[in-house]
Design a protein around this ligand. Structure first.
Ligand SMILES: Cc1cc2nc3c(=O)[nH]c(=O)nc-3n(C[C@H](O)[C@H](O)[C@H](O)COP(=O)(O)O)c2cc1C
Length: 180
């Protein structure tokens, strides 16, 4: 596939089969994904991989740490997201300077998109999620996040036997102003 085909065939797909995802493959993809623009080379990211029993026991422990009200609010979403064969958390340090922080978020988003495209090329199915539970103190505590670190996104990863068609987009010509 050329770049255009990869971009256009990347879709959110959570219809995973049971095939295992190799952590080494994912780390290799991340090593390429980080060739993303980032201001002043702050490289404001790190990654957490969940799979197998580590993933399941993390989800169990997290759910058990919630109070009744939180459990009611978040349980379905936690179970849905942690059902992926692999889950990847993209973690970023917050920045004292709001402008720098916005730039850092933009940079992490480009790493995530790079990762999604590389995963698509590698035949993986992915879905980018920003669930509310990832903002809870218990989730951050259990992830052992450093003070000031936040989860920018969770990416569900696996293999799928069910291809999905991309959703259509508005044409750029209808969205573009040209000064000439
Ligand atoms: C920053 C960001 C956050 C997202 N969060 C969620 C989410 O929490 N739940 C979800 O189902 N999809 C989430 N998505 C995926 C979008 O819904 C999806 O990309 C969009 O519908 C386009 O579909 P496609 O990915 O198949 O092209 C998120 C996407 C982005 C870029």
């Amino acid at each position: 596939m050329n770049l255009e085909q990869i971009i256009k065939s990347r879709v959110s797909n959570t219809n995973f089969n049971t095939q295992d995802v190799d952590s080494e493959l994912i780390i290799n993809l991340l090593d390429t994904a980080v060739y993303a623009p980032n201001h002043k080379m702050r490289e404001p990211w790190r990654f957490i991989i969940f799979k197998n029993t580590g993933k399941d026991s993390f989800a169990d422990k997290y759910l058990n740490s919630l109070n009744v009200e939180q459990k009611e609010k978040y349980e379905a979403s936690v179970l849905k997201i942690f059902k992926a064969p692999m889950l990847l958390a993209f973690v970023m340090p917050t920045n004292q300077n709001m402008r720098d922080e916005l730039e850092d978020m933009e940079a992490v988003a480009t790493v995530i998109q790079n990762f999604l495209l590389l995963a698509t090329e590698a035949g993986l199915a992915t879905a980018w999620k920003t669930p509310m539970f990832s903002e809870t103190d218990q989730f951050k505590e259990q992830l052992n996040l450093e003070l000031g670190e936040i989860v920018i996104g969770l990416v569900m990863v696996g293999y799928s036997d069910m291809a999905r068609d991309p959703k259509s987009r508005k044409k750029a010509v209808t969205l573009t102003t040209i000064y000439k």
